[in-house]
Design a protein. Structure first.
Length: 330
C-alpha cells in the first residue's frame, strides 16, 4: 500500500512537470501543441529548441544546449525535455515515460595514419636526418571533426627530444582558424638503419650469394655491434645452422664453408721450385679455405699441418734453403 502511494505521488508530480500550464482561453497560445521529434541530426555546434520539438514557433531558433561532439550523440530523456519545454513556454506533454529525443551530429574521423603523416611532414620540415619510424602513444584515439572540416590536419607546438626520441605536438583539425580544434598527441620516433638479411631460408652448407640478400630497415637501438651491416661480410659464407628470411644476421650465425671434413681423404700437394708432389692423407679436423688443419699421410702415418686450398685439397708449405756460399780464399 505504501509503495502504491509513493508511485502515485511520483506520477502526479511528473505529470505536473510534463504538462506546461495551459493559459485561459482568452490567452491561448498562437501556435499548436508541440511534440518531441524522437531523433534528429544537427550539423552545427548547438542544439536549438526546434531540433527537439515541433511547432516551437518563433522560439525554434533559441539555443538550448551544446551539440554533441562530431560523430557523437546526446539523449534527452523525458525529464530534460519537460524542463526545456517549460523554460520556453511550450505546450508539450510526454506520450510515455520512456519518451526521449536523440540528437546526433555526423562527423569525419581523422585516423592514426593521417595524424602520423602530418607529424612526419612537420619533422621532415625541421630537417630530422636519416630514416626513422614514428609511433603514436598507445591508446591515442582517432580525432572526430565536423564533416565540413575537410582540410588535412595541421601540426603545431612540435616538441622533439632527440636524445630519447619522444615528442608531443598539437594537431589542429578545422577549415578555418575560428573553427579549428586542437588535440595534443604524443609518441616516439626510432632511428632506422638498413641491414642485409636473407630473402629465403638458408641452411648450413648453403653458400650465401649476393642474390640471396635483401635489405631491410631495423631500429638502430636493436642493431648492436654483433649484427652484420656490410653485405660483403656475408657473401661466400654459410649459416652455422640456418638463417630465416628477413632475419638479422649476427657474426656468430655464419662461418666459412667447410672444404675439408674431419676423416675425409684429401689430396696433399707439396710444391717446390722444381717439382710438384701429391699424396693422399686423412683430415684430422674440419677446415675451411685458408684454415690450417692437421693431415695424416696415409703411407708414412706422419701428421703434418696443411693449408686448405679447395674441396678436399690441402697444400703443404716447404722451406727451400739457398745454396751455401763459401768464403774461403783459394
Amino acid at each position: 500500500m505504501k509503495q502504491s502511494l509513493i508511485a502515485l505521488a511520483v506520477a502526479i508530480g511528473l505529470s505536473a512537470m510534463l504538462v506546461a500550464e495551459r493559459p485561459a482561453a482568452a490567452d491561448a497560445p498562437s501556435h499548436p501543441v508541440s511534440h518531441s521529434r524522437g531523433q534528429v541530426t544537427v550539423s552545427a555546434g548547438i542544439v536549438k529548441l526546434g531540433d527537439l520539438f515541433t511547432n516551437a514557433g518563433p522560439a525554434a531558433e533559441a539555443t538550448v544546449d551544446q551539440a554533441p561532439p562530431p560523430g557523437g550523440e546526446t539523449a534527452y530523456d523525458v525529464y530534460r525535455l519537460a524542463a526545456i519545454a517549460r523554460a520556453h513556454g511550450l505546450v508539450w506533454q510526454a506520450q510515455s515515460w520512456s519518451e526521449r529525443v536523440v540528437v546526433m551530429r555526423p562527423g569525419r574521423t581523422i585516423e592514426a595514419d593521417e595524424i602520423r603523416a602530418a607529424i612526419r611532414d612537420a619533422l621532415e620540415a625541421e630537417g630530422l636526418p636519416g630514416k626513422w619510424e614514428l609511433l603514436l602513444s598507445r591508446g591515442t584515439p582517432p580525432i572526430h571533426v565536423p564533416l565540413e572540416h575537410t582540410a588535412a590536419p595541421r601540426v603545431s607546438n612540435l616538441d622533439l627530444r632527440r636524445r630519447t626520441g619522444h615528442f608531443t605536438a598539437t594537431v589542429t583539425a578545422g577549415a578555418a582558424a575560428a573553427a579549428a580544434q586542437g588535440f595534443t598527441v604524443s609518441g616516439r620516433i626510432h632511428q632506422l638503419i638498413e641491414v642485409p638479411t636473407m630473402n629465403r631460408r638458408l641452411k648450413s652448407g648453403d653458400v650465401i650469394r649476393r642474390s640471396d640478400i635483401k635489405w631491410l630497415n631495423r631500429r638502430a637501438e636493436r642493431v648492436n655491434r654483433n649484427v652484420i651491416t656490410d653485405a660483403d661480410q656475408l657473401i661466400g659464407m654459410t649459416p652455422r645452422r640456418f638463417l630465416a628470411a628477413g632475419q638479422v644476421v649476427r657474426a656468430g650465425d655464419i662461418r666459412k664453408p667447410r672444404m675439408v671434413k674431419k676423416g675425409a681423404i684429401v689430396t696433399m700437394v707439396v710444391t717446390t721450385p722444381h717439382m710438384v708432389l701429391t699424396s693422399k692423407g686423412r683430415a684430422m679436423e674440419h677446415g675451411s679455405r685458408g684454415d690450417t688443419v692437421r693431415i695424416m699421410n696415409l703411407k708414412s702415418k706422419t701428421v703434418v699441418e696443411s693449408e686448405v686450398t679447395g674441396p678436399n685439397a690441402v697444400s703443404i708449405a716447404t722451406t727451400v734453403s739457398p745454396p751455401a756460399i763459401s768464403t774461403a780464399r783459394r
